[in-house]
Write a protein that binds this ligand. Structure first.
Ligand code: ADP
Length: 802
C-alpha cells in the first residue's frame, strides 16, 4: 500500500523499548517478543510497512496501544534475519512521521489506524540558515567530545539542506534519553524542531565538557596516587637494598622501647610516646615522619642517664692544674675549694664561677683543664654576639628546620649530663627584638631551677643541675647585672713580662714543640730570645699572640729541617729576626725627659691597662677649650672640672687667675683612634693644666689615676690592677692613686708591688707636690680656702631639661 500522507492507513505496530526511530533513519535492531515478531511477519506479508512507536514505559513487557506514544514513524522493513534463540534481527528504513488515530482489533498482535504527518515544505530564511549553521557547529563539537559517535556522520550533517531533515538526522544520531528524542520527534515545525535540537545540543555539550573535566581530574588524582604509590614502592625497594629500612610503624615501636628504657618521668615519657603514636600513623616516607624522627633521635640521644664519675683527688688536682697552667693562683685555689666541698658533701650546689680578664690570659684553657683534671667532659659555648633567646633555649618545633639551643646541643655533644660547660664571653651578649638571651641564661645558671630546664625544641625538662658552669668575660662592667649577681667573679690580670716568659718556657714552647713533632733538644729557645719575642713581636695582655708566634717559628724550623736538613735550632734574637723578619713593635717607653704639659695617665680597656699620656697646650686666646683624641662625654666633663678646679685654686697655686679669659686650652689624649672615656683622667688633666700654666715640668717616671672634684678632692676609680700593670710595663716607678683605692694594692702582682711605689692621695695638692718638679708649697689651710669661680660669660651654664 502506497503511503499517501493524507489518508490514514492500517499497519501493524511494533512497540520499541528505549528507542526512537526518525524518518530517513536506516537502522537495525533485534526483536524477541512474540507479539512484535507477529507484527513483523504481518508487515512482511503485506507491503513491509510497519508503524514504529516507542513505549512510554520501557520496562513494560506486554504493551498495548495505549502504552506507546501516539506519534511514531512509518518504516519499511528492509531485511529480516533469523537469529538464534527466537530472536529476529530486522533492518528498517524510517519513512515519515505518523500518529495513531484509532486502534484496530487484532487478537494476534497490535494493529492501528495511523495518519501520516506530512513534513512541511518551506523556504528557509536567513534566520533558519543561521540556526542550521549554529546547529552544525555545535554538533561538530559534540562529535569531538563524545567518543562513541562515529565521526563520518559529520559529512552527512554538512550536506543537510533542510532544517527538519537536519534536526531529525542529528536527533537520531545523538545518545539521548528516548523521552528527549520522542519530544523532538513530536515537533512538527522543522524550525522549531531544530531550535529544540540546538538547545539539547548546547546542554549536552556543556554536560559532556563537564564530564570530561571531571574525568580528567579524577584521572589525575588516580595518576598521582598511582605515581606516589609507585615511587614509594621504589624508594622502599632502594632503601631495603641499602639496608635503610624506613618503616614508620616499626620505627615507632623501636622508639617506644627506647623511651621506656630511659625511665623518664611519666609526663615527659607521655610527650615522647605521643610523638611515637603520631609517627605510627604517618604514611611511608612522609615529610612529617622525618621531622618526628629527627626530634625523637635528638631527644633520645641526650645523655639523660649518662654521667661521668668525678675523680676528685685534691693533691693530684692541684698538681694537674699547675702542670697545665702557670700562675692563676686565685682560680686554682677557688676551684679546689669548691671541689673539696663537693667531695665532702653532695648537698651544696656549686656556685657559677666567672673568670674575668683580658684576652689570652688562659680563662678558657684553664676551664678545660679543670674539666679534664676531674674527669668530666667539657664543651665551650661562644656567646659573643648571641642576640636571640632561641639560640640559648632553642626554636619551637613548629619552625621549619628548628634545632635545640646551644645549651642542650652542648650537653648532647658532651655526651654526659654532668659536663663542664664553658660559657665564653658573657659580656658580649646582645639583646634585640627577638628576645633577651640574658633571661634565658639566667634560668640556665640558676641552681635552684635549672634541674627543670626546658629547651623549646626538646619540649620536656632536662636536668642541668649536675652541669658545672664556668663563664668567662673581658669586661666585668659589660656583664648584664642580673647575671653578674648570680656568679662568683674571679679576676685575672694581664701577665707581666716575667710571667709571660715563664708561661712560654714551661707551657707554650713545650706544647708547640710537641705539636710540631720536635724534641726540646732539637729546638732551643734562649732566655733572651723569649724576651725578644715578648718585647718586639707581641703587644698583648695575655699570651695568645706569643703562642702563635712560637708556633710560627717552629713551622719555619720544620720546613728548614725537611728542606735543608738542619737538625738543631737555637732560637735567639738573631734567629728570630731571620725567621720572622724585623721587629713588629718598638718597646713601650715613656718619655725619658720631664716635660711641661705632659703627664702620664693610666687607662683601663677590656684588653688590659694602658699608659695614657695627656698633653696640654695653652695659647693666647679667649678662653676656649678644645679636647681632642676621641674623648667620651664623661672625660670631657672631667676636663672642665679639672680646669675649674685649677681656676679656683689659681691664687694658692701662684698662677694667673684670669687664664680662662685670655688663654685657649687644648687638651689632647694621643692615639685618637682609641675611644677613651671615664673620669679617671681627672687628676692627670688637672696636673697637665697646672704644669703649662705654671711652666713647671712634670716627672716622666710618675703615672697617676684618679677622679677629681671641683674642690680638688681625689676620688677612687676602677681597673687599678690592670693600670698598675701597664705602669709597670712602661717602667714607671711611682704611681699616684686615690687614697680610697689603697686596699687594692694588696691584690697587685708581686713584681708590680716590688717595682712601683704607690702613693695614695686625697687631694690634687698632694698630686701636684709629688708629680711636679719643684712644686710650690701649699698648706692644707690655704688649699681648702678655695674660691669657686664666679660665673662668667664662659662658665658652663647648666641646661635644664625642658
Ligand atoms: P682566654 O680564654 O683568656 O682568652 P685562652 O684560654 O684562649 O685565653 O688562652 C690562650 C692560650 O694561652 C692558650 O693556649 C692557653 O693554654 C695559653 N695560656 C694562657 N695562660 C696560660 C697560663 N697561665 N699557663 C699556661 N698557658 C697559658
Amino acid at each position: 500500500m502506497a503511503a499517501d500522507n493524507k489518508d490514514t492507513m492500517i499497519v501493524p505496530v511494533l512497540p520499541l523499548r528505549g528507542l526512537v526511530v526518525f524518518p530517513k533513519a536506516l537502522i537495525h535492531f533485534d526483536v524477541g517478543r512474540q507479539k512484535s515478531i507477529t507484527a513483523i511477519n504481518k508487515a512482511m506479508k503485506r507491503d513491509q510497512m510497519i508503524f514504529l512507536s516507542t513505549q512510554i514505559d520501557a520496562t513494560n513487557n506486554d504493551p498495548k496501544l495505549i502504552d506507546v506514544y501516539t506519534t511514531g514513524v512509518i518504516a519499511k522493513i528492509v531485511q529480516v534475519l533469523k537469529q538464534p534463540e527466537n530472536v529476529t534481527r530486522i533492518v528498517i528504513e524510517g519513512k515519515f512521521r505518523a500518529k495513531i488515530v484509532a486502534p484496530v482489533h487484532d487478537p494476534s498482535g497490535l494493529m492501528a489506524e495511523v495518519q501520516p504527518i506530512p513534513e512541511p515544505i518551506m523556504d528557509h530564511d536567513d534566520f533558519d540558515t543561521a540556526l542550521m549553521r549554529a546547529v552544525k557547529k555545535e554538533f561538530e563539537e559534540y562529535i569531538d567530545i563524545s567518543p562513541q559517535i562515529p565521526s563520518d556522520i559529520i559529512f552527512k550533517v554538512a550536506l543537510c539542506k533542510r532544517a527538519g531533515e537536519l534536526a531529525d538526522y542529528i536527533a537520531a544520531n545523538m545518545a539521548l534519553d528516548y523521552q528527549v528524542k520522542q519530544e523532538i520527534l513530536e515537533i512538527r515545525s522543522p524550525v522549531e524542531r531544530l531550535k529544540d535540537v540546538l538547545d539539547v545540543l548546547i546542554n549536552e555539550n556543556y554536560i559532556l565538557r563537564l564530564e570530561d573535566e571531571i574525568n580528567r581530574k579524577a584521572r589525575m588524582r588516580i595518576d598521582e596516587s598511582q605515581r606516589d604509590f609507585f615511587l614509594r614502592e621504589q624508594k622502599r625497594v632502594i632503601e631495603e637494598e641499602l639496608g635503610e629500612d624506613d618503616n614508620p610503624s616499626e620505627d615507632a615501636e623501636e622508639y617506644a622501647e627506647r623511651i621506656e628504657e630511659l625511665k623518664l618521668d611519666e609526663k615527659s615519657a607521655d610527650v615522647l610516646l605521643k610523638e611515637c603514636r603520631k609517627l605510627m600513623k604517618m604514611p611511608f616516607g612522609s615529610q612529617e615522619a622525618s621531622v618526628i624522627r629527627t626530634y625523637l633521635d635528638t631527644v633520645l640521644d641526650l645523655p639523660w642517664n649518662k654521667s661521668t664519675k668525678d675523680k676528685i683527688v685534691i693533691p693530684k688536682l692541684r698538681k694537674e692544674l699547675d702542670r697545665t697552667h702557670y700562675g692563676l693562683e686565685k682560680i686554682k685555689t677557688r676551684i679546689i675549694e669548691q671541689l673539696a666541698v663537693k667531695k665532702l658533701s653532695d648537698k651544696q650546689k656549686g656556685q657559677v664561677i666567672c673568670f674575668v680578664g683580658p684576652p689570652g690570659v688562659g680563662k678558657t684553657s684553664i676551664a678545660k683543664s679543670i674539666a679534664k683534671a676531674i674527669g668530666r667532659n667539657s664543651q665551650r659555648i661562644a656567646l659573643g654576639g648571641v642576640r636571640d633567646e632561641a639560640e640559648i633555649r632553642g626554636h619551637r618545633r613548629t619552625y621549619i628546620g628548628s634545632i635545640p639551643g646551644r645549651i642542650i646541643s652542648a650537653v648532647q655533644s658532651a655526651g654526659s649530663n654532668n659536663p663542664v660547660l664553658i660559657l665564653d664571653e658573657v659580656d658580649k651578649l646582645a639583646s634585640d627584638y627577638k628576645g633577651d638571651p640574658t633571661s634565658a641564661l639566667l634560668e640556665v645558671l640558676d641552681i635552684e631551677q635549672n634541674n627543670k630546664f626546658v629547651d623549646h625544641y626538646i619540649d620536656i625538662p632536662f636536668d642541668l643541675s649536675n652541669v658545672m658552669f664556668i663563664t668567662t668575660a673581658n669586661d666585668l662592667g659589660a656583664i648584664p647585672a642580673p647575671l653578674r649577681d648570680r656568679m662568683e667573679i674571679i679576676e685575672i690580670n694581664s701577665y707581666t713580662r716575667e710571667e709571660k716568659f715563664h708561661i712560654a718556657k714551661k707551657h707554650l714552647i713545650p706544647k708547640q714543640l710537641d705539636l710540631c713533632g720536635f724534641t726540646a733538644a732539637e729546638v732551643k729557645f734562649t732566655k733572651k730570645g723569649i724576651y725578644y719575642l715578648i718585647d718586639f713581636y707581641t703587644r698583648e695582655s695575655g699570651v695568645r699572640t706569643l703562642e702563635r708566634t712560637i708556633a710560627s717559628i717552629l713551622r719555619k724550623c720544620a720546613v728548614k729541617k725537611l728542606e735543608d736538613g738542619v737538625e738543631t735550632f737555637k732560637i735567639d734574637e738573631k734567629e728570630i729576626e731571620t725567621l720572622l723578619g724585623n721587629k713588629k713593635y718598638l718597646p713601650d717607653t715613656v718619655s725619658k725627659k720631664d716635660e711641661i704639659g705632659i703627664v702620664n695617665g693610666l687607662a683601663w680597656t677590656s684588653v688590659g691597662g694602658e699608659l695614657l699620656p695627656i698633653e696640654v697646650a695653652i695659647m693666647d686666646g679667649t678662653g676656649k677649650l678644645e679636647l681632642t683624641g676621641s674623648l667620651g662625654d664623661v672625660m670631657k666633663e672631667s676636663a672642665k672640672i679639672a680646669i675649674n678646679c685649677i681656676r679656683s685654686h689659681a691664687d694658692v697655686l701662684g698662677i694667673d687667675s684670669e687664664f680662662y679669659k685670655n688663654k685657649d686650652i687644648h687638651i689632647h689624649a694621643p692615639e685618637g683612634a682609641v675611644p677613651k672615656d671615664g673620669p679617671s683622667a681627672g687628676i692627670t688633666m688637672a696636673t697637665a693644666i697646672y704644669s703649662v700654666l705654671s711652666s713647671k715640668a712634670v716627672r716622666h717616671d710618675v703615672a697617676m689615676t684618679g677622679e677629681i672634684t671641683l674642690r680638688g678632692k681625689v676620688l677612687p676609680i676602677g681597673g687599678l690592677k690592670e693600670k698598675s700593670m701597664a705602669a709597670y710595663k712602661h717602667g714607671i716607678t711611682t704611681v699616684i692613686i686615690p687614697k680610697l683605692n689603697e686596699p687594692d694594692i694588696e691584690e697587685f702582682d708581686d713584681a708590680v708591688k716590688e717595682n712601683i711605689n704607690f702613693i695614695p692621695v686625697e687631694s690634687l695638692k698632694d698630686v701636684l707636690s709629688i708629680a711636679v718638679i719643684d712644686p710650690i708649697k701649699v698648706s692644707e689651710r690655704e688649699w681648702n680656702k678655695t674660691r669657686l669661680p664666679s660665673p662668667s660669660a664662659n662658665a658652663p651654664v647648666a641646661r635644664m631639661t625642658q
